[in-house]
Ligand binder design. Sequence first.
Ligand SMILES: [Fe+2]
Length: 279
Amino acid sequence: MTISVTKLTDAIGAEIGDVDLSNPLAADTVADIRQALLDHCVIFFRDQELSDDDLMRIGRYFGELQPLPPHRQFPGLYPEILVVEKKPEDVINFGWEWHSDTSHLPVPSLGSILYAIEVPKTGGDTMFANQYLAYDTLPDEMKEKLAGMKAVHANGRIHNTLKNNRIPEQGEEVESATYSDAWSTHPIVRTHPETGRKALYVNLTHTESIEGMSVAESQDLLHYLYEHSTQDAFTCRFKWRKGSVTFWDNRSCQHAALNDYPGEYRLMHRVQVKGTPPF
Ligand SMILES: [Fe+2]
């Protein structure tokens, strides 16, 4: 191994050491990092000093970068760089609920790489949950029930929250058709294209309904799955420092950004690596 790998919890997450991401990486180092990502679903690096060019170079070791829709791009920055910023006066933070990034797209991102530029004095941690474990621990009858079922993913909940500066109640019907810029249908249980393992693939932020059912009819089963998939035993909690980098696999984990630093400033830059259609 060219790197050191230290688990955060038995369930998920590992801190990677002995690598300076600001330098071009050798092929065997990239292979070891990829394997660590596949093994642990999310990996963390400390004390890095990266430019946006570095961040994009790192992303491209793992695939094509997923450009942002025009309304998410920032003037003066590359169209691939997502700015994750919370100002002291902001009430809502970015990614506040459990989710898998861009699951509302027909081809969701493989993974996201997030780099901390400014962090609050305390708080602002990110939670991650292993969705292989979420699937593996379902009762057999539930696994049988979910086989072949699909869910509709959209972006309405985020748009409604930002528009109204209020987080909808769980199961509250939101006007996704009006506000959503995209929606897609994906299997509730997806197979990871690299590991071959099955993972649960629904999330509170984007999943709207089960295919063939109304939003209201879908809620009991979806909320059972949300609760099950994010239980403490499947999680780890990452405490950011300036210069920390996190790379998570959207195909095998969910994440949630804690909103526990009111009045403080937090700034991060992110790139998304393009994935493949879930199956
Ligand atoms: Fe996210």
